[in-house]
Design a protein around this ligand. Structure first.
Ligand code: F6R
Length: 610
């Protein structure tokens, strides 16, 4: 989704803005632009396509003198991706320029009003309306004009605004789209997320909905929607800045796949004390699950897939009725939720608009809320009763990998806690699973070592397929859903997952000679069932790649055409391991096809519009 940066200070702004935008590229975009505000007025430059085009157009920023400005990467929502629709947008008077992330839902009404006042629009975007509105309300006080303009906006917006009348000042505003402000010595920044400013400072402020930040080189002041000053706590970011670099890997995605053992250790190890799970860091005490009658898990995409695995776990091991519901569907489904319901919202970014909206709906219906989130201080964590952080560090590749397995690890800890509190799993079994979870970082490393080369080879055999099907049962079904999403989002191969038993109810008609079907069969208790489904596929000419455990008693090579084994593990934890060869397969297929792996077409890392 769109990325915003703003800089005011003593250095040339444009190179700093371009650097910040390069750190936000991972969010996904189709055009980029800058506006520098100086005594000479506003200078705006925009370019369709990759940031490299804007860098070239501005000679890496050196062609745009000035020490204050705003920049933007745009992910098109309203209006085609072209130079005119790219941000920043200037007001008709040329006095104000605006960058926007979000959607202005009432922009047609506002545009009609402004057009009736004689305003001429240059672009097809909703965002341009904001620049003209500021012009309309401006009577010499920028803060007041911005405040009045935002009062009439409906929808979501993070804004960066500069004015020709106030060179050196930047205004940032936030409503349901992420925005931070940050300060360093004689410099101030706004950004969509901290990665854009980490090189310069670690002292940041998270804006809340309705808040306005006024930045000058030596200060950041905050105001509420009524223009009253607000005192905000500063947060210090302790991430290693290198964590957001590729560190010698060809792609962030590959780096993040290989980081999984360490991330799993960071999610799990500090939360096992004296042989038991201790979630006090998330304020989850000894009675947390005792009176929970129902759980709803709300999430999107990959996070939803970890939620499906958790649904199987919570029902089986903690015996709590659990539904995993797509966040985008929840609000409109008339869900049955009350104060005995625990709503678990899962989100890597903590900013996904659909998930945030579902969280709001669950709260409105009286549910208790728990966020399972990666990004500290994000919107979803600040709106939930409690947060269990997954500690995955910055995830830069659009295709989520390490956040997915870290979500699974955190949800496994949660399941074992619930089972313990409710007495639904024998102590020995609970302890045995926990011990395996504690060893998971090493087991993940073994899985990487054992499968990487094979998956790279298999990718060379199958990268030309036009369709690939994934099948699995129960937890293997949950794992397959994630595996097929991974493949389709980065390789653009049509990929679908079916519950293995469902294939014969229709989809089997698509299987023809040589169609690749990946059967995830890591759940040993269900292997025989899956074996029959694999046989059905093979009988129709399908080529079957089976992912199973080393201990598989049946001779899987008799069953499938090819077999990849993951180390033996308790069946509850299989999704943490089967994910690894399947992520690698998606990666190497995309590599063989020459795809833009870290920034696949049309996708955004943080989806801040509903
Ligand atoms: C896929 C992927 C997306 C996200 C989804 C939710 O690889 O990353 O499907 O999982 O957009 O994002 P978060 O977890 O940030 O709420």
């Amino acid at each position: 989704m769109c990325g915003i940066v703003g800089y005011t200070g003593g250095n040339q702004a444009a190179p700093i803005l371009l650097y910040g935008l390069s750190r936000l590229e991972y969010r996904g975009y189709d055009s980029a632009g800058l506006c520098i505000s100086s005594d000479a007025g506003l200078t705006t430059v925009k370019a369709r396509g990759k940031l490299a085009n804007l860098q070239e157009l501005t000679s890496q920023g050196t062609a745009l003198p000035g020490v204050c400005g705003i920049g933007h990467t745009r992910w098109a929502t309203q209006g085609d991706p072209n130079d005119v629709n790219a941000h920043p947008h200037e007001s008709a008077s040329g006095k104000f320029a605006v960058v926007h992330n979000g959607i202005i839902e009432n922009f047609r009404k506002l545009k009609a009003f402004l057009t009736a006042q004689g305003v001429k629009f240059a672009s097809d975007t909703d965002s341009e309306t904001i620049a003209h509105l500021i012009d309309f309300y401006y009577k010499g006080n920028l803060l007041e004009a911005v405040r009045e303009a935002t009062q009439v906006l409906e929808g979501s917006y993070a804004l960066g605004i500069v004015s020709a009348d106030d060179p050196g000042t930047i205004i940032g505003v936030r409503m349901c789209s992420p925005l931070i402000a940050a300060i360093a010595d004689g410099e101030a920044f706004i950004a969509s997320d901290v990665t854009a400013v980490l090189k310069y400072t670690r002292d940041v402020y998270y804006l809340d909905d309705g808040e306005i930040a006024v930045l000058s080189p030596n200060s950041v002041k905050f105001y509420d929607a009524y223009g009253e000053p607000v005192v905000k706590p500063m947060a210090h970011i302790d991430w290693d800045a290198d964590a957001a670099q590729k560190g010698g890997y060809a792609h962030f995605m590959l780096k993040e796949i290989y980081e999984q053992p360490k991330v799993c250790a960071d999610t799990v190890l500090a939360r096992i004390k004296g042989g038991a799970v201790d979630l006090t860091d998330a304020d989850i005490g000894a009675d947390y699950f005792k009176d929970v009658e129902k759980i709803v898990i709300l999430a999107c995409g990959t996070a939803y897939h970890s939620g499906i695995a958790a649904k199987y776990w919570l029902e089986r091991y903690a015996r709590i009725p659990t539904e995993a519901i797509l966040a985008s569907e929840f609000r409109y489904a008339h869900p049955i939720v009350d104060d005995k319901t625990l709503a678990i919202v899962i989100s890597q970014s903590g900013e996904t608009a659909d998930t945030y909206a579902a969280l709001g709906e669950a709260k409105r219906l009286g549910a208790r809320t728990l966020a399972v989130v990666n990004v500290r201080g994000s919107t979803i964590t600040r709106s939930s009763d409690r947060t269990l952080y997954i500690n995955a560090g910055p995830e830069i590749a659009v295709a989520s990998t390490k956040a997915y397995t870290a979500q699974l690890a955190a949800l496994a800890l949660l399941t074992l806690t619930a089972a313990d509190q409710r007495g639904t799993l024998e102590r020995e079994s609970n302890a045995a699973i926990l011990a395996e979870l504690q060893r998971m970082p090493e087991t993940m490393q073994k899985t990487l070592d054992a499968t990487a080369e094979t998956m790279q080879y298999l990718a060379t055999l199958y990268f030309n397929q036009s369709s690939i099907f994934y099948i699995g049962r129960n937890l293997d079904y949950a794992a397959s859903l994630e595996a097929s999403l991974k493949l389709k989002e980065i390789s653009y191969i049509h990929a679908e997952t079916y519950a293995a038993g469902e294939l014969k109810h229709g989809t089997i008609s698509l299987i023809e000679e040589g169609t690749l079907v990946i059967a995830v069969a890591a759940h040993m208790a269900l292997f025989d069932k899956l074996e029959s489904n694999i046989a059905e596929v093979k009988a129709r000419g399908g080529d079957v790649l089976c992912i199973t455990q080393e201990r598989c008693r049946a001779d899987p090579e008799q069953v499938a055409n090819r077999v990849v084994a993951i180390p033996d593990v308790h069946e509850m934890l299989t999704p943490l391991l089967s994910a690894i060869p399947l992520q690698l397969f998606a990666y190497y297929v995309a590599l063989a096809k020459g795809c833009d792996i870290d920034q696949p077409r049309n996708l955004a890392k943080t989806v801040t519009v509903e």
